[in-house]
Design a protein around this ligand. Structure first.
Ligand code: WTA
Length: 574
């Protein structure tokens, strides 16, 4: 099985090479109000536009979790997001203000996120598993003035230490409304009940006005606020059409949480800009639950991640057989390398080609993909989206010939590229260290047919269960534990999770290695950062390898772990 040919069919992307030749982003703009009025608002284009075009009665959102099951038409979504927008206006949210949303996947999250965009705010979605320190650093850096959260998550927001934070909107029981902190507490449900839906709350913005801040990890420093603008909608719309192949009667399910970029770009923007019915399943992963979701809602297009597919693969085969999955017509993956094994499982067991897509928080939308109309080479990420130029280059910016490994780089200028790293120009500029190119930090090669093959990260960023974790944030937290003197964190290859987090730790005087200590340190990270940042393995060492300037050499830790030569040790202290 070296190449999987497409099934013949009527695809949106008819012929890759022809599309690539003819395509211009400017043509996409004509879809949106920008072309008529010179102004735009992504939330209007994703929701209200379909109502104006007579599709108000179509189901926009199918939401379910273990307790709720609700459907919202585009008209209802318009109505609800207008009310949310009016609520934000009432509490003084103005264009450009940062509105953070820290709550589990529920309809309220989606309504508030779009409502905030309607008033021209820059939204900051936070994953519900974040603990105090992760929440604090993001709210502090963004200087968010308002946050929407639930009474359960409220204790994780260090309200008193966040001077910019003025207003807390609570989605949940009113009796839990706190007072006495000098902040305003607002009850979401009573506010929404008393607010009228009003089209005039929409703030018409320019394509270059701010839309969303997604915090993501690098190998050094604190999480970076990746800032995207409304212009990204061109690419959300177009890639959802070409790559997700969304059509009028599709039922689409993206399994990602809006705390991560996939959960907004393709869990909200892409599908709704195309007016497609979007399934959101709350709660946790289980094979039964996921297959049941597909069967029950007749999901036709399914966008998920290698980790999830590997967990489904590892589950008992009888589980899949219990469900009727015949509604599926297109399956896609993102977030980490999609192993050929998984592609094979998809083909043989699920009876679908799984289409890999490559992109990053920073790139805002898909850049390199496998298309329905094209053959798939299992293990390859595919080819660039028409309108995007990708290349493998060396340090000097020279393009490398086929099969030579180098930087995976993109010619600057695609619509959804980040416009800045929030308050950190230096970090932003690091991406453009090679003139003319956005340097992704991934290494890859291209084959003679133009397919790209992922080889690894060339920094220390860890991809674990499809989530991107910066070792620095965990190391910094580890050394705050009283027992820990020094810490180095690496990703250790793992069959299901891609990588797991492994910490090497040296202890302070007076502390001794024990299983209890290990568990205590793990609990500390879980409490302070989040469950997905916990090192599953901790190895205690008397001393860690460091450069003469005192930097922990993760490269050497990795070599120890993998039993490989450690390479050049000339910068290592004795
Ligand atoms: C990795 C997720 C291999 C890559 C949308 C990238 C991938 C980082 C793939 C971005 C893929 C993403 N194959 N690796 N198809 N997709 N990655 O910002 O290392 O969470 O740089 O964005 O994930 O992760 P992020």
């Amino acid at each position: 099985m070296s190449i999987l040919q497409p099934k013949l069919g009527n695809y949106n992307l008819e012929n890759y090479d022809v599309m690539k030749e003819r395509f211009h982003w400017d043509d996409v703009k004509s879809q949106f109000s920008w072309s008529k009025t010179g102004k735009v608002n992504l939330a209007y284009e994703a929701i209200d536009r379909h109502v104006a075009n007579g599709k108000g009665e179509k189901v926009a959102l199918i939401y379910s979790d273990s307790l709720r099951e609700e459907m919202y038409t585009f008209s209802e979504m318009k109505h609800e997001t207008n009310k949310a927008a009016a609520m934000f206006k009432k509490y003084n949210v103005a264009k450009g203000d940062r509105v953070f949303i820290f709550m589990p996947r529920t309809p309220e999250l989606y309504i508030c996120l779009l409502g905030a965009i309607k008033v021209g705010a820059v939204v900051g979605p936070l994953f519900e598993a974040f603990m105090k320190e992760a929440v604090r650093s993001r709210l502090e850096d963004s200087e968010a003035t308002i946050i929407v959260t639930t009474p359960e998550l409220l204790p994780r927001i260090p309200i008193a230490e966040l001077p910019h934070l003025q207003t807390i909107i609570l989605v949940g029981e009113e009796e839990k409304l706190s007072t006495g902190s000098g902040k305003k507490f607002v009850s979401y449900y009573s506010e929404m009940e008393s607010t009228v839906s009003d089209d005039n709350t929409i703030e018409w913005v320019d394509l270059e006005d701010g839309l969303i801040l997604h915090y993501t990890s690098g190998s050094t420093g604190k999480p970076k606020g990746v800032y995207h603008v409304h212009n990204a909608m061109l690419q959300h719309y177009q890639t959802a059409k070409w790559v997700l192949d969304l059509k009028e009667d599709d039922i689409y399910w993206c399994t990602a949480d809006p705390g991560w970029v996939t959960g907004t770009s393709y869990g909200i923007f892409g599908p709704w800009l195309n007016g497609v019915t979007n399934v959101v399943r709350g709660g946790r992963f289980s094979p039964d639950d996921w297959y049941k979701t597909i069967e029950k809602y007749q999901v036709s297009v399914w966008y998920s991640a290698p980790t999830a597919f590997r967990m489904l693969m590892a589950a008992a085969p009888e589980i899949m057989k219990k469900y009727d999955l015949s509604s599926i017509r297109h399956v896609l993956s993102v977030g980490e390398p999609l192993n050929p094994e998984v592609v094979r499982w998809g083909f043989e067991t699920l009876h679908h080609r799984i289409h890999d897509t490559w992109w990053m928080t920073e790139t805002g939308a898909m850049l390199i993909c496998n298309y329905l109309s094209e053959p798939i080479k299992p293990g390859s990420m595919g080819k660039p989206v028409p309108g995007v130029e990708a290349a493998i280059i060396n340090d000097k910016g020279e393009k490398l010939p086929p099969y030579e490994m180098g930087h995976l780089a993109i010619k600057a200028g695609w619509p959804s590229m980040m416009r800045k790293i929030w308050k950190n120009e230096l970090k932003y500029n690091e991406y453009y260290s090679i003139p003319g190119w956005y340097v992704s930090g991934d290494t890859a090669y291209q084959d003679e047919d133009g397919y790209f093959w992922f080889q690894g990260r060339n920094d220390d960023v860890i991809m674990t269960s499809g989530e991107r974790v910066g070792p620095f944030e965990i190391e910094s937290k580890l050394v705050e534990h009283p027992a820990v003197a020094e810490a180095g964190v690496i990703g250790k290859p793992d069959e299901i999770r891609g990588h797991i987090i492994k910490a090497f730790v040296s202890l302070r005087e007076g502390y001794e290695y024990s299983d209890e200590l290990k568990q205590e340190i793990q609990a500390f990270i879980k409490k302070e950062l989040s469950a997905h940042a916990v090192p599953r393995e901790i190895e205690f060492k008397d001393k860690l390898p460091k450069t003469r300037s005192g930097k922990i050499m993760r490269r050497v830790l990795k070599a120890w772990e993998l039993n490989e030569p450690a390479g050049d040790l000339s910068t290592m202290e004795d």
